[in-house]
Design a protein around this ligand. Structure first.
Ligand code: TRP
Length: 435
């Protein structure tokens, strides 16, 4: 059990905030055409993300088991494949997040050793693929596997508890600095003025939903596992709202830095060539512009970001390892090594080719997360007995009164919406992979 309510909220925020906010959100926004994507992402976070986080907390608290076990205990064998989908999703995501974590370490070293390059696009190409990208990925996977092997959580959690606020403060300062740049205005226009046609584009809507789930860490059984450590006293709805607000704010502020910088420093061309590099092209240029201070800020920023991502890679690999321990009766060490080796191999492919990384992100980050959330909504809404009762336990009277509406949403509205979005994601994935 969690020692305190704050401890639980911090753990959930820690899982949610990471590269999804700072790397993936700007990248998907750039690809999705800007402001319309942001607006849809906001809507998806609160209309579907929050209810589904409540649902995961609820299943976990009811069963007191982790994902595969919880699904089997309540639903029987037919639900076990959903648990394995969570495992597969986590395995694929950890494989390429580790590659990107390697880039952040690389950029921290850049600031330390040589200062930030005047040709950020070319530097990004060097950092993001090839043998050094492989090397840093293997390093990150080594550390991740080591932590899962040892089962230590304390050290890294404590480090990130200190570093996350620092990261947040640097991010806010950068946003303020970015606002003073000449030409920041066109960045804000792109980021904040939605076009009506993009708002109705099913692929953009689906992309925003996937991004919301990815960033909130829902649809992978992680929040379920955290919920299993809760007592009946916590107000699940309130906690889900707090976690989601924190997660949304970090992503939104990251965008307030990235887009003005891209436009003010004339980096649009380089970013169009590789939207996945949006963060890694714009921020080092910003740090380069800031002179000596930029190196200090840059190094602190990338170190903090690397640590925030390692907490994510650890918990994602733990999802895979835990199933090895519980279902296959491996020792923790064997499970950690097997899961780590598998993720390392898959990630090496992504480190050698940006195309492979893009495909993994499409398959796991876009498609599987939507299917995972769809499965979870059906499970919570239709299979678990008295789902509303679980949510209402610990809720304030006001929230308890709105629980039936929440259950209605998860039963009747969310599944059909997600079924359509899963179909859209599937077609988009097939098109991209085939093209
Ligand atoms: N939410 C994390 C991020 O924004 C990434 C992530 C997705 C994750 N699913 C997860 C982290 C499960 C931990 C556990 O970077």
């Amino acid at each position: 059990m969690f020692g305190s309510r704050a401890g639980f909220v911090m753990a959930a925020v820690g899982s949610a905030v990471g590269l999804g906010n700072m790397w993936r959100f700007p990248y998907r926004t750039a690809e999705g055409g800007g402001a319309a994507f942001v607006l849809l992402y906001l809507a998806m976070t609160f209309l579907i993300g929050v209810p589904m986080m409540v649902a995961e907390f609820g299943v976990g608290r009811r069963t007191r088991l982790s994902s595969v076990g919880a699904l089997r205990a309540v639903g029987g064998g037919v639900w076990v494949p959903l648990g394995y989908l969570f495992v597969l999703t986590s395995l694929l995501i950890v494989a390429y997040l580790s590659v990107i974590t390697g880039w952040t370490i690389r950029y921290a070293l850049d600031g330390l050793v040589a200062g930030y390059s005047a040709t950020p696009g070319a530097r990004y190409d060097e950092v993001s693929t090839g043998s050094t990208a492989v090397l840093f990925h293997v390093l990150v996977m080594g550390v991740t596997t080591g932590i899962v092997w040892l089962g230590v959580k304390k050290g890294i959690e404590r480090a990130s508890l200190i570093l996350m606020p620092i990261l947040f403060l640097i991010l806010i300062s950068l946003a303020v600095w970015a606002a003073t740049l000449d030409g920041a205005g066109s960045g804000y226009a792109f980021y904040l003025t939605p076009s009506l046609s993009a708002l109705m584009d099913p692929v953009v809507i689906q992309g925003a939903a996937s991004q919301a789930f990815f960033s909130l860490s829902v649809g992978m059984g992680i929040m379920l596992t955290y919920g299993s450590y809760l007592s009946g006293k916590e107000n699940l709805v309130r906690e889900a709202v707090i976690v989601s607000l924190a997660d949304f704010s970090v992503a939104f502020i990251a965008g307030l830095v990235v887009f003005p910088v891209i436009f003010a420093l004339g980096l649009s061309d380089e970013v169009t060539e590789s939207t996945m590099g949006a963060l890694f092209i714009s921020l080092p240029s910003a740090f380069g512009e800031m002179g000596a201070i930029g190196r200090v800020v840059g190094v602190s920023f990338f170190v903090a970001l690397a640590l925030a991502s390692i907490t994510s890679t650890v918990s994602l690999l733990e999802v895979v390892g835990a199933v090895g321990i519980d279902e296959f009766k491996f020792t923790r060490r064997t499970a950690a090594l097997l899961a780590g080796a598998l993720a390392t191999v898959i990630g090496v492919l992504a480190a050698m080719s940006g195309d492979v990384l893009g495909v993994l992100d499409k398959v796991a980050g876009e498609f599987f997360v939507v299917v995972g959330v769809l499965g979870m909504s059906l499970f919570f809404g239709w299979r678990m007995t008295e789902p509303g009762g679980e949510v209402a336990a610990g809720a304030s009277p006001g929230i308890a009164r709105s629980v039936p509406a929440l259950v209605f949403l998860i039963r009747y509205i969310i599944p059909p919406v997600l079924a359509v979005l899963a179909w859209v994601a599937f077609r988009d994935m097939v098109n991209t992979v085939a093209g």
